[in-house]
Design a protein around this ligand. Structure first.
Ligand SMILES: Cc1cc2nc3c(=O)[nH]c(=O)nc-3n(C[C@H](O)[C@H](O)[C@H](O)COP(=O)(O)O)c2cc1C
Ligand code: SF4
Length: 431
């Protein structure tokens, strides 16, 4: 991993996923200290004070979510690590699962202690093979070593963990759909309120956090909130993992301090643009984040509030770098095929809208587009705004509008000339 001042630094070796290696790095010592010396509410206070924001897409403060759970409510509480990672362009949780599964498990144990969770879950993407095998092996090792089960490390704390494999649905990464899927039902998102921290899994208070969000907990509790806040920016403290793909020389997973300038990141860590091509645009946080043109992103630091102010988001950290010559009409076609396929169908604007958008763009690409199709696509994309159960409809609509608005000339050209303005120099995904 590249970047500056790495907080979560975890040098990868051939054995970094094993318990022996993790212990040699001081692994599970923080859990032992917490169980010996801290009250559950102290842990939550530390996490809240750190300002850690969720890394699954919405950047919601982790501590604030935890604080909704009342420890004395006499109910079971649940914790789920969201390891679904279905957002196209995003593959950073996979890095943790493959290389540092015990970091996630120790963090989940500390989080479970803070939230008084007896049963924790990892919901892992169905297509993941190595990440699943590494995680399952780590769970087995952790049980054998007495980190899960009852009387953990001689304390009264008890916690079990279940690794639940999804079946390949993007929407099951949405927190309420994830819960329904674990309950054995069809993975449909559900309306809020009630919030999941009030009525979640099996109708009990449930915290769902992203794998990377949770993996930060051990470091925060070990080093303290102040140390965490020393890295990054005041409104977005800590480091972030970015999975970077597209037309760059060094695609991969990078841990970067919040505030690191994008231009430096591209030049110093990502090795610059592939073949020395010019940067055209970047989708900064998974395909549901609005695209930014080169001119928009080049001056920005990698800081969530700054990206929000620029009309996008760092979202899930799935950064797709796009070179000049890439056809944005084809890129949108690929995106819309995905959204159409993945819509769960509960909400009419998303179910019908994604199908319409997909069919209209297919028609444009087939050379049968009409100029008014661009307005129709705008219109249909905006239908989803605030009218759907989960965020997929909204996000798909915003992402579509951003591409239509910023690259309108390419759509007009294809409609008028029945071919790409980019002459097919670089196809989508053709690195
Ligand atoms: C369609 C859809 C898919 C999502 N997929 C994921 C996912 O794969 N992983 C993830 O962590 N969050 C995903 N989310 C966000 C979750 O609903 C939730 O906000 C997140 O897991 C909370 O964790 P965090 O606060 O630690 O980020 C998705 C949201 C939507 C609307
Ligand atoms: S917005 Fe789409 S994916 Fe989300 S619940 Fe509605 S139909 Fe399903």
């Amino acid at each position: 991993m590249g970047g500056r001042k790495l907080l979560m630094t975890f040098p990868v070796t051939a054995t970094s996923h094993t318990l022996a290696d993790y212990r040699a790095r001081g692994g599970y010592e923080t859990l032992a200290k917490v169980l010996r010396e801290k009250k559950p509410e102290d842990v939550t206070k530390e996490v809240a004070a750190s300002g850690l924001q969720g890394r699954g897409g919405a950047a919601f403060p982790v501590g604030r979510k935890w604080q909704v759970v009342h420890l004395d409510d006499g109910q079971p509480h649940y914790l789920c690590a969201n390891a679904d990672e279905g957002e196209p362009g995003t593959f950073k949780d996979r890095w943790i699962l493959e290389n540092a599964p015990h970091l996630l498990l120790e963090s989940m144990l500390i989080s479970s202690y803070a939230l008084q969770v007896r049963n924790a879950f990892v919901y892992i993407r169905g297509e993941f093979d190595l990440p699943y095998r590494r995680l399952a092996a780590a769970v087995e090792e952790a049980y054998e070593a007495g980190y899960f089960g009852t009387d953990i490390l001689g304390s009264p704390f008890a916690c079990d963990i279940v690794v639940y494999r999804g079946a390949g649905s993007y929407v099951c990464g949405e927190a309420s759909a994830l819960i329904t899927s674990i309950e054995g039902k069809r993975g449909y998102p559900r309306n809020r309120p009630p919030r999941l921290t009030v009525k979640g899994l099996y109708q009990k208070p449930t915290v769902i956090n992203n794998v990377e969000s949770l993996s930060n907990v051990t470091g925060i509790v070990r080093d303290g909130a102040e140390a965490f806040k020393k890295v990054g920016t005041p409104k977005a403290p800590g480091t972030r993992l970015f999975s970077v793909s597209g037309h760059i020389n060094k695609p991969g997973v990078y841990e970067v301090e919040g505030g690191y300038p994008f231009a430096d990141f591209l030049r110093n860590e990502l090795g610059g643009m592939l073949g020395g091509r010019k940067l055209k645009a970047v989708i900064p946080g998974g395909i549901s984040a609005k695209v930014l043109t080169a001119a928009e992103i080049e001056p920005l630091p990698l800081d969530q509030p700054v990206f929000e102010a620029a009309g996008s988001t760092l979202g899930s950290g799935g950064m797709i770098v796009i070179a000049e010559g890439t056809c944005m009409v084809r890129l949108l076609q690929v995106m819309l095929r995905f959204y159409h396929h993945e819509s769960c169908g509960q909400c009419t604007p998303c179910r019908e809208g994604m199908g319409w958008l997909h069919r209209v763009i297919d028609r444009i690409v087939a050379g049968e587009g009409r100029l008014e199709d661009i307005e129709t696509m705008h219109h249909v994309s905006r239908w989803n705004d605030g009218t759907t159960i989960c965020g997929m409809g909204d996000a798909a609509g915003y992402a579509t509008v951003a591409i239509l608005e910023k690259f309108r000339d390419e759509f007009e050209y294809w409609i008028a000339n029945k071919r790409s303005k980019c002459n097919g120099v670089l196809e989508v995904g053709n690195a």
